[in-house]
Design a protein around this ligand. Structure first.
Ligand SMILES: [Zn+2]
Length: 80
């Protein structure tokens, strides 16, 4: 198994989360996220923020909601 490494994983993370990377690359990054807590947290934060922003575009997202989400993410990260 060849790990693509943190640098590559993070560089491609945004495309990965939008499913824009090619399949081989996608597998590489998914594999890296499996083994790397740091990048997995990074992905979790990015995914959650993307969802919040998407929701905020439809309805006005209250500031507290954003704070709640960020607090939740920090709580998840604290357990690692
Ligand atoms: Zn990593």
């Amino acid at each position: 198994m060849t790990d693509c490494g943190c640098e590559k994983a993070r560089r491609d993370l945004e495309e990965y989360l939008r499913n824009e990377v090619c399949k081989t690359k996608h597998t590489d990054i998914a594999e890296h996220l499996e083994n790397c807590t740091g990048c997995r947290d990074e992905a979790l934060v990015a995914t959650t923020l993307t969802e919040v922003v998407a929701r905020a575009c439809k309805e006005t997202a209250p500031e507290e909601l954003r704070d709640q989400v960020l607090a939740k993410i920090r709580a998840v990260q604290a357990t690692h």
